[in-house]
Design a protein. Structure first.
Length: 75
């Protein structure tokens, strides 16, 4: 699952443009990840200000390095 740190976002729209399943909505003051997100993490990797992050099973945001390690372990 992808989590959002809205107060870091500069609303550039990179995440919206890269999402292959159109699961990100960008509003004036927030980003919303829809339930049909496939956790491909493209949005996390493209974000220039690290607004988006992978979340663990308990809903905690993971540092980018740890999230990448988890994706590598699954692949």
């Amino acid at each position: 699952m992808i989590g959002v740190i809205n107060d870091k976002c500069d609303f550039c729209g990179c995440c919206v443009a890269v999402c292959p399943v159109d699961s990100i909505d960008l509003y004036e003051a927030r980003i919303e990840i829809k339930s049909h997100c496939i956790d491909c993490m493209l949005c996390v990797w493209i974000c220039p200000v690290e607004t988006l992050a992978s979340m663990d099973e308990k809903g905690r945001l993971l540092p980018r390095e740890e999230a990448e390690a988890r994706v590598g372990a699954v692949a």
